[in-house]
Design a protein around this ligand. Structure first.
Ligand code: GAR
Length: 192
């Protein structure tokens, strides 16, 4: 059974989709703990409601990378909580090699585009500005690149003529909430 440490920075709707799939018996996994690099992130509030350990990970400010010291603290806490797998769910920092080594092949991420298209920030806005007719979401294994690594699952979303970034992102989120539990189910079932 996967024992998942979730990392987020914001709302945590993907974490909630994973936690609900577990509660409904649709995903053979458990949540070890939930980290956020921002004390006010709503993902921590959601984690407390589910009764999962909700941990504020104090990281070096103004840095987009997880600093080495915070990374070591996170590794220690994941082990304390029995975690053996990491799901990045809206975590807006780049994971460093130490964490990648400690959880080799056991870190996944979700990104709001059909990678390799539109990596990085504001993927929905990038798709609109590029005049794309479709985009979507991707769950992938994490490697040392930014939004690179082997793809596990992708879901397509059509871009409609009147879409704003908000309307498009809302439809992408709906697909993400299906895709993330499905990707984890494939891993938990050994289908990959
Ligand atoms: C999701 O759309 C996820 O794909 C994106 O952040 C959002 C988090 O939403 N991640 C990235 O852009 C990572 N490159 P949530 O906090 O409601 O799950």
């Amino acid at each position: 059974m996967l024992n998942i440490a979730v990392f987020g920075s914001g709302s945590g709707s993907n974490y909630q989709a994973i936690a609900e799939a577990i509660e409904k018996g649709q995903l053979n996994a458990q949540i070890a703990c939930v980290f956020a690099d921002n004390q006010d992130a709503f993902i921590l509030e959601r984690a407390r409601k589910f009764g999962h350990p909700a941990i504020y990970l104090d990281c070096a400010p103004f840095k987009s990378k997880l600093d080495g010291e915070a990374e070591q603290r996170a590794i220690g806490m994941i082990k304390e909580h029995g975690g053996d797998f990491i799901a990045l769910a809206g975590f807006m920092r780049i994971v460093k090699p130490g964490l990648l080594r400690a959880f080799a092949g056991r870190i996944v991420n979700i990104h709001p585009s059909l990678l390799p298209n539109f990596p990085g920030l504001h993927a929905g806005k990038q798709a609109l500005e590029a005049g794309a007719t479709e985009t979507g979401c991707t769950v992938h294994f994490v490697d040392e690149g930014i939004d690179t690594g082997p793809v596990i699952i992708q879901k397509r979303v059509e871009i409609l003529p009147n879409d704003t970034e908000e309307t498009l992102m809302n439809r992408i989120h709906e697909q993400e909430h299906i895709a993330y539990p499905e990707a984890l189910r494939r891993i938990a079932n050994g289908d990959l």
